[in-house]
Design a protein around this ligand. Structure first.
Ligand SMILES: [Zn+2]
Length: 77
């Protein structure tokens, strides 16, 4: 079984939909079923990626503040 540190390394690919082998994807999914720490990590990573703008040049100060507030907000369960 994968260790948490391996999940962290591969989480970007999982969230981005980058190519993973079937074996890697299965191992990640299996680990996520059993490890709430990594599930939370992947969920936060997805939320972060959904919050960031596609074009960083379009950020203004208000938008930057909004993103930082979301990142610093207490996590919902
Ligand atoms: Zn884990």
């Amino acid at each position: 079984m994968l260790k948490c540190k391996h999940v962290v390394v591969k989480a970007d690919a999982l969230v981005d939909g980058a190519p993973l082998t079937r074996r890697e994807r299965f191992a990640l999914r299996l680990h996520l079923l059993m490890c709430h720490h990594c599930r939370r990590y992947v969920r936060q990573l997805r939320a972060l990626l959904n919050t960031l703008p596609r074009n960083p040049d379009s950020l203004d100060d208000a938008r930057t503040r909004e993103i930082l507030d979301k990142l610093n907000a207490p996590q919902e369960r």
